[in-house]
Every structure is written in structure tokens, then in C-alpha cells.
Design a protein around this ligand. Structure first.
Ligand code: M6R
Length: 611
């Protein structure tokens, strides 16, 4: 979702701003732009280049007429207010200021009316432009850049991060954050600004993060940071682990394909990070609560991470006998959930920046809950606001569709379930060793699924013709059915629904006919016979069934009239981690057949920082 880059440099910045924006491409966007201060005596002139669509279009505009200057800001925009056109692309500017913005100004309509009544003229449909106009209004009243910021900030309602250039201050840029993240980078005689450390990693490894309500003035040799009250504050400078190299696709055609194939390796790293292989035991850091004292655990997340949390509910309730509540963050944050005294909540997020998940975390914090997070980006806001972070070691995930982030989340959550069960005395040592052994074998099972990818590719040609697809599963395969449907719709734009197999006869069975493929996730576990009966119900109504199971399951089903794809035989405990991969492969190949933008599907963003 929108990305911000800024540089107060010693040398020209246009090219570096564009490079910084490329590093933020993974967040998802639909237009891009830069603004640079062209020095011209006391006053500088604001020069903008903006383009709809990909950054390549912006690069062409910059190459055609390079803007020159040593201070600049850049932006990738994911449209909220107004279509993704050049006039709505950031930066928004007057002759005195240029601004880039991430987030939403909720009261922009009333502010816009007020400014129009004062004679200000607007060029775009965006909420952002009100901030440019309001700053200009204050400057025109004779205020300094700092005072104009200090007057503007309290008038804005919503979540945002800003970077602002002032034409009469060619040596600074000003930035501010409320909810949306912003990182300051420290260079040699230069200062940088970015939505995250990834944007800055090629320029510096020394990063500090603005905190809620902070605003800062960046000059070449210093950052003056203020908190929401205006008091000068220091924020710690950390050394980021991120590499300056752009993450490439290697020999793969898409990032998503590469990331699917990285799973044996990154799942292996993550397993090794959560277990002691010699002791055949889980080894997590000390939890920030006593599991034996908990009456309930709350898990909150969005999208694919929510599906990981749903699977964790089955694991934790079955192994640790601990009641688990799971909710979608956008619902949880507004339903004034009653939280048990001394309770704990777990937040699952690849990016660690998803706004709804972060808001849910802050709600739980306000309810005195201990906060545990399962996060892939260690420097993210959710990670920084947690009492304990359990890291997924997936590495950077660039494709918008979550793949390796999901399977590594499942590994961490499975380990957490074992840890809780051990602490609550609900499993014995032999069971812990068996569960840990099962986790240890997951990377090779995933590698085996990847070996048979040709079968999923063959199936994808048929699936690409479908208008609607149903995914069914029971137990921990039910969230995999939800995930399969989400993957297929987000990548191939085919309508798909995931259902608990037992729920089919309560409604979705009405959809069954020969044109609606039904994908059934059916590992041969204790619920297999029930799922097999549901498959028969589909066949009886002329439905086309594709079953994912192992050789034993396919033999147990014994029926004809279905397509079956054999997966490796796995312990039922880890089945959802392994069966996640077939649904990813199927969605990937189907999207590829349909020719959609696999890595950046339409309308989607990698990091969803608006609600
Ligand atoms: O970064 P997060 O894990 O918090 O993101 C949550 C969802 O936005 C994300 O999983 C989304 O559903 C993916 N596009 C699914 O592939």
C-alpha cells in the first residue's frame, strides 16, 4: 500500500528516489511520483514528475525531463480517494509546498470546504491535497514551516504518514506519523525517510522509527524529532538486518513462483528456529504470560494470516485444552470485545504493518492483555509493540499473495501449540517428541509436493475455464479450503468459496453442477470418512470433484468419477502446512494460464495500511 521515500542529500536525488520507490513496489500501488526542490537563490522551485501505472512510467517521465535538486520526496499511491490518474498521483503541491501521504484523512471533506471557502483551488480528488492547501494557507499567514506543521497536524483526523517539502526551505524536509509507519535513515551528511527500512536499505543501515504522533525535521546532518506535544525527543537508532540488494526472481518467472519454491528452505529455517532437534523438544522464548493461568487465548489477524490463526485454534484447543477465540482484525477492533483479566492475545501478520491488526493489538493493550505476535518483518510496528515476537523466517515476501509467509506462520503457531500444551501439562514427553518429529519432516514433504507440480499445472488448464469454484475441507483442512479459495480469487479473479465440508448441505450444495469444480482437501485423518461422504453427495449431483489426499486416502475413497492428486503421507498434525502448497500451486498456475498479473494482482496491496 502507499509508500514514501525522502532524501535530504548532498548530490542529486531524482534517480535515488525512484530506486527507493522500486524497493516499495511490493506493497502494491497504482501510480507513482516524485517532487524535487530545484534550488534557485533563496527560494527553490518545486518540480514534480508523476505517472499512472507502473514505476517504469515514472522512470520514463523522469528520463524525458530530469528534475534536478538535492532534496526530494517520492511516493507510490494505492488509490483510496480518486482514481489512479496522474492528477491524483502524489506528490500534491502548491507553489509553496509538496506533500506525499500514506493513510486516509477522514475529515478531508469539511477541511476542503473550509479551504475552498477561503479561495483555495484544488486540482485533485484526493484527501491528501487538503494538507498541501492547509499548510500553504498557514504559510501565507506568515508562519514558519514548523509552525504550519504544528497547526495543521491537530486538525487532521485519521491515520497517516507524511513527508513535506517547503519551497522556501531548500535544506530540509518535514515528516509526521500517526498510525502509518515511517522510518528515518541516517547517512554520511545526508538524511533519508522511508515507509519502512526496506526502502532505505540500499542507502543506509542506520534507521530509527518515528513513534505514534511524532513529527520530525530532517536536515543533511541531523533529525530533530518532536512528539505529539511538540517536545523534542530522541528515538533509538538501530542497525537494520535488511540487505541493500533488491530481491530478485532468480530463475523463476514470478516472485510468487520463487516464493512457493523457497518453502522447503524457509519452513526448515523456521522449524529449526522453534525446536531443539537434538532434544526433540520445542524451544520458544519464555512467553510473556503463564500458560497454566490462562482461561482463554485470543488470536487476531487478516486475510491469509487469519487462516493461519484459524488452524492454530484447532491445534491449541486439541493439544493444550485452552479455549481459543479467533477473529478478523477489522471486526475485532470495533466490537468492544470482552477480554479476560490477565489474558493474552496473539497477532499474526507477515508485514507487521496491517492497520486493522495493529489497531486490534492496541485495543488488547488497552485491555491489559499481554501481547504476543507472529511476524515476518522484525522491525515492523506490530513487532515493536509486542511483549514477545515469534519470528517467521520466511525472508522478504514480494509477491502480493502470501505463500511462504503462511506456511512459516503455521510452523510457529504449531510450535506455540506444543509449547502451551507442555506448559499446561496436557501432553506427555512422548507426544511432544512425536509432534516435533512431524514438524521436522515438513520441509521434505513440501519438497515432494513441489516435485509433483506438473499435476497441478495440468489441472489449472481446466480450472481456468471455470466461473465459480468450491473448496471443501474439515478440521484443519477447512481453513486450507478458505485459503485455497482466497488464493484462487485474488490471483486468477475466478470466484471461489471455501466451506467446511459438513456445511455444504446447508446452502452451497445448491451451486453444484457440472460447471462448478469442487476441490476437496482430504488428508486421511479421523474425519476422512465424513469428508468422503460429502464427496459422494457432490458426485450424486453431477459435480466435478478434485480430491487432494495421499495414496492411502485415495485408496480408502475407492470411488470413481473424481480426479485425485496424491500428496505425500504426513502426520495429520502437520497436514495443513503441507496441503497449503497444492492450493498455492493450483492458484498460481491457474492465474498464469489466465495471464493475470500474478505478483501484483489488480486492486491488491501487500501491506494494507488503511482500514
Ligand atoms: O501482512 P499481513 O500478514 O498482516 O497481511 C494480511 C493480509 O493482507 C494478507 O494475508 C492478504 O490476505 C494476502 N494478499 C493473501 O494472499
Amino acid at each position: 500500500m502507499c509508500g514514501i521515500v525522502g532524501i535530504v542529500g548532498r548530490a542529486e536525488v531524482a534517480h535515488r528516489l525512484v530506486e527507493g520507490l522500486k524497493r516499495l513496489e511490493y506493497r502494491g500501488y497504482d501510480s507513482a511520483g516524485i517532487a524535487i526542490l530545484r534550488e534557485n537563490g533563496v527560494n527553490a522551485q518545486i518540480e514534480r514528475r508523476r505517472a499512472a501505472g507502473k514505476i517504469a512510467n515514472l522512470e520514463a517521465a523522469v528520463a524525458a525531463e530530469p528534475p534536478r535538486g538535492r532534496v526530494g520526496i517520492g511516493h507510490t499511491r494505492w488509490a483510496t480517494h480518486g482514481a489512479p490518474t496522474v492528477s491524483n498521483a502524489h506528490p500534491h503541491a502548491t507553489d509553496r509546498v509538496a506533500i506525499v501521504h500514506n493513510g486516509i484523512i477522514e475529515n478531508y471533506r469539511e477541511l476542503k470546504d473550509e479551504l475552498i471557502a477561503k479561495g483555495r483551488r484544488f486540482e485533485s480528488e484526493t484527501d491528501t491535497e487538503v494538507v498541501a492547501q492547509m499548510l500553504t494557507d498557514y504559510l501565507d499567514q506568515g508562519m514558519s514551516a514548523e509552525d504550519a506543521m504544528a497547526h495543521t497536524m491537530p486538525r487532521l483526523v485519521g491515520a497517516f504518514a507524511f513527508a513535506v517539502l517547503f519551497a522556501d526551505r531548500s535544506d530540509i524536509l518535514v515528516c509526521a506519523r500517526r498510525s502509518s509507519p515511517l522510518a528515518i535513515g541516517y547517512g554520511e551528511g545526508e538524511m533519508y525517510l522511508g515507509s519502512d527500512a526496506q526502502a532505505l536499505a540500499a542507502m543506509t543501515k542506520r534507521i530509527s522509527y518515528l513513534e505514534e504522533g511524532d513529527w520530525a525535521v530532517l536536515a543533511r546532518d541531523r533529525a530533530a524529532i518532536h512528539d505529539a506535544s511538540g517536545a523534542a525527543v530522541e528515538r533509538p537508532i538501530r542497525t537494520t538486518e535488511l540487505s541493500g540488494a533488491l530481491v530478485g526472481k532468480g530463475n523463476y518467472r514470478h516472485y510468487m513462483e520463487k516464493e512457493i519454491h523457497e518453502q522447503p528452505e524457509v519452513v526448515g529455517y523456521t522449524v529449526m528456529g522453534t525446536i531443539d532437534a537434538n532434544a526433540r523438544a520445542v524451544k520458544l522464548p519464555k512467553l510473556p504470560f503463564d500458560p497454566a493461568q490462562l482461561s482463554r487465548l485470543t488470536l487476531v489477524a487478516c486475510g491469509t494470516a487469519f487462516h493461519a490463526a484459524l488452524i492454530a485454534k484447532y491445534w491449541i484447543e486439541q493439544l493444550a485444552r485452552l479455549p481459543v477465540e479467533v477473529d478478523i482484525a477489522s471486526e475485532f477492533r470495533y466490537r468492544a470485545a470482552a477480554m479476560p483479566k490477565g489474558g493474552a492475545a496473539v497477532f499474526v501478520s507477515q508485514s507487521g504493518e496491517t492497520l486493522d491488526t495493529l489497531a486490534a493489538l492496541r485495543y488488547c493493550r488497552s485491555q491489559d492483555q499481554r501481547i504476543l505476535s507472529v511476524v515476518n518483518v522484525p522491525e515492523s510496528t506490530i513487532a515493536r509493540e509486542s511483549d514477545l515476537v515469534l519470528r517467521t523466517l520466511a525472508g522478504p515476501e514480494i509477491g502480493v499473495a502470501s505463500t511462504k509467509a503462511f506456511t512459516t506462520q503455521l510452523v510457529v503457531l504449531a510450535s506455540l501449540a506444543i509449547d502451551l500444551a507442555r506448559a499446561r501439562g496436557t501432553i506427555d514427553r512422548a507426544r511432544e517428541m512425536a509432534l516435533v518429529d512431524a514438524l521436522t519432516h515438513v520441509p521434505s514433504h513440501i519438497a515432494a509436493v513441489l516435485q509433483s507440480r506438473a499435476r497441478f499445472k495440468a489441472l489449472s488448464h481446466k480450472l481456468a475455464e471455470a466461473r465459480d469454484v468450491l473448496y471443501l475441507g474439515r478440521g484443519t483442512s477447512y481453513p486450507i479450503a478458505l485459503e485455497g479459495a482466497l488464493k484462487l480469487k485474488e490471483l486468477s479473479y475466478i470466484h471461489a468459496e471455501g466451506y467446511a465440508a459438513g456445511e455444504m448441505k446447508h446452502g452451497p450444495i445448491a451451486l453444484i453442477d457440472e460447471d462448478v469444480p469442487v476441490i476437496v482437501i482430504a488428508p486421511p485423518d479421523e474425519l476422512f470418512e465424513k469428508t468422503a461422504s460429502n464427496i459422494q453427495e457432490v458426485i450424486a449431483r453431477g459435480g466435478r470433484v478434485v480430491m487432494f489426499s495421499d495414496a492411502k486416502g485415495i485408496e480408502r475413497f475407492g470411488g470413481t468419477g473424481i480426479d485425485a492428486i496424491a500428496t505425500p503421507a504426513v502426520d495429520p498434525f502437520v497436514a495443513p502446512i503441507v496441503y497449503a502448497v497444492p492450493v498455492q500451486l493450483l492458484a498460481y498456475h491457474t492465474a498464469d494460464v489466465k495471464g493475470t498479473d500474478v505478483d501484483q494482482p489488480r486492486n491488491l496491496a501487500k501491506s494494507v495500511t488503511v482500514e
